[in-house]
Write a protein that binds this ligand. Structure first.
Ligand SMILES: [Zn+2]
Ligand SMILES: [Zn+2]
Length: 257
């Protein structure tokens, strides 16, 4: 399995996950939070064309995740996967696309990838996050989540790689010029993880197999890559896990498990 981000943050998110070898590996896009033109440009930057995607998975209906998913799915006949609530929120059942409804904790097979959607607290209709499994290794993804749950700890324990939200530094958010209502939304139980909260989740997981940890969905106003790196290091200590930070413009380059 290998994976790469096309961009990560409140202005758009998209992650490519690929499994299998040979001429036609299974390749899915997790979230499609840019314009169609921009997704195609970013896919090309990663050496990929949209018509080679086996599916587009959507975590929830916020625009930095749904983006142009319906347009691209229709244009290139790509199957779409999302929860019923997300489908309702974006009108996917009237969009002339191949729609597959996902249920929390029910694994679906897409080609050579096992895809496990799991439920998280976030201020959307029926948000899901994901664990990918190719039979040899597991990649866990968790962004757009307000607080930890025991369910999250169970699902993400024992992963070989994690893409984990480090959205904001709480002091930076508190001292920012954001209106009080927005500060409350972001830091609330259905908002986004701050660096310390992400660290608490990481600390509670079984990390015995963890080879890669990527900090994702960083706020450009209320966090810095340095603070996210420090928060990761504080939990990992001198473990052999390699760390990285996903950026809004570049995402991160291919990592292979
Ligand atoms: Zn988001
Ligand atoms: Zn969101």
């Amino acid at each position: 399995m290998r994976f790469a981000s096309l961009g990560s943050g409140s202005e758009g998110n998209a992650l490519v996950v690929e499994a299998g070898s040979g001429a036609t590996p299974t390749r899915v896009l997790l979230d499609c939070g840019f314009s169609a033109k921009e997704v195609e440009r970013r896919l090309a930057r990663a050496g990929l064309a949209a018509d080679t995607l086996s599916g587009i998975l959507i975590t929830h209906e916020h625009s930095d995740h749904i983006g142009s998913a319906l347009t691209l799915a229709r244009r290139w006949s790509i199957p779409l996967y999302m929860s019923w609530g997300t489908a309702q929120a974006v009108g996917a059942d009237d969009a002339n696309v191949e729609l597959n409804i996902l249920w929390g904790d029910e694994t679906v097979e897409i080609g050579e990838l096992g895809v496990l959607p799991y439920t998280v607290p976030h201020d959307a209709r029926e948000p899901l996050q994901f664990v990918f499994n190719d039979g040899a290794s597991r990649l866990g993804v968790l962004t757009d989540v307000g607080e930890s749950t025991s369910h999250i700890n169970t699902v993400l324990s024992g992963c070989d790689a994690l893409v984990l939200e480090y959205n904001h530094d709480l002091d930076m958010l508190t001292g920012s010029r954001y209106p009080a209502s927005l500060k409350a939304r972001i830091s609330g139980s259905h908002g986004h993880l701050n660096n310390d909260a992400a660290g608490d989740i990481l600390a509670a997981l079984d990390r015995s197999k963890l080879r890669h940890l990527i900090a994702a969905h960083l706020s450009q106003q209320n966090n810095t890559p340095e603070l996210a790196r420090a928060a990761m290091a504080a939990v990992l200590g001198n473990a052999a896990t390699e760390t990285g930070v996903a950026s809004q413009d570049e995402g991160f380059d291919w990592l292979t498990l």
